[in-house]
Design a protein. Sequence first.
Length: 194
Amino acid sequence: MSDIDRVLLKLKMKRYFAQYEYLQNELVETEYLFDIYNKDFLKECYASNKGANETNEKKETKTEMGKSTSESNVSENSEDEIEVQIETNDDINLKKLYKMLSLKTHPDKNGGDQKMFIEVKQAYLDKNIFKLILIANKYNLDVPTDDIIDIELFEKSIVEMQTKISNLKRTVAWHWAHADDTKKEQIKARLFKK
């Protein structure tokens, strides 16, 4: 790789880091607002239609039961898969980057910092290589990430976050929160159409 290519790659990665961090914050904010909007939507919309409210409660109970059943199935399957699963390149790169950063941040090492070390350890436990890379950038820790970073994985994660944000903002609850009284009545009419 030429010097020009290295510089271009570093600049591209800086842009990805900034975009990833921005989208991460936007996703947290959007999920927080969605939870508030959804509670208000259910309370306002279904409170005026008691029969629909009872039906909704039954649906919620079924959904909760369905979630717990599917979640338990997932965890059972996951344990079986873990035993058989072969370590992927992403896992190897995650471990490699974690070791580099933990050696630089460990409180017992010269120049180590407990706060940084805890952040690094949590990112590793979350299996989030991007957080590790962001931590390294945040604290200006010099680690050779050229052979660790998979640009396609970064792009995929960015697209996934954008999709999640977009999907939350297209929900009925989100539109309800930003609608005037006339629009809310139209939403109710569509929801409770018999």
